[in-house]
Write a protein of this length. Structure first.
Length: 179
């Protein structure tokens, strides 16, 4: 595979991105998590706000939303179940956008603030989708590399002949159910 850039002026940028990919992904995860952390740290969403937008059981949903935000923050910052944290974050942002940030339904004075929240949620959703896809494709590349390494070791490396040994194995018979 060639490391040449598609354009001569972009070669510096491509080299930087390739050499710092892991650090940039970590920074991206932390920045997305910071959005959720700042929201939950300052006590949002409050039960009063959820009541004002006609949520049923606002006290319970406020606590549930805060727990979900803490799970998202911990998942993204520490890399624990990042795919699930990104998916939970995406669901959280979709629910918040659809139910709470309908800027057109607010009075004129509040529309700009709600529109800003809407746009912030759309940007966060895009970042979470990219993070979800990045984690998925990284796992696929890792598994493909492991399979390639196994095949190479069996054919040319230290485990030569292991393919023949595995080909001789017969599958176990299916368990019989008592009649």
């Amino acid at each position: 595979m060639s490391n040449k850039s598609s354009h001569a002026l972009l070669s510096c940028t491509d080299g930087f991105a390739a050499s710092t990919a892991d650090a940039l992904i970590l920074i991206g995860r932390v920045l997305i998590a910071a959005m959720f952390l700042l929201t939950v740290w300052f006590g949002s969403p409050t039960a009063q706000y959820l009541t004002s937008i006609n949520y049923s059981a606002p006290d319970a949903l406020s606590i549930l939303a805060r727990i979900a935000e803490w799970i998202i923050v911990i998942s993204l910052v520490f890399g624990l179940g990042t795919r699930y944290g990104a998916l939970l974050g995406l669901l959280f942002v979709i629910i918040a956008t659809v139910t709470a940030h309908r800027w057109w339904g607010y009075p004129q004075a509040a529309q700009l603030v709600q529109y800003t929240f809407l746009v912030k949620n759309l940007a966060a959703a895009g970042g979470l989708i990219l993070l979800l896809l990045w984690v998925y494709y990284s796992a696929q590349i890792f598994l493909l590399g492991a399979e390639f390494t196994k095949v190479y070791a069996c054919r040319y490396g230290s485990h030569q002949g292991c393919e023949e040994a595995s080909a001789e194995l017969q599958p176990a018979p299916a368990p019989r159910l008592a009649a």
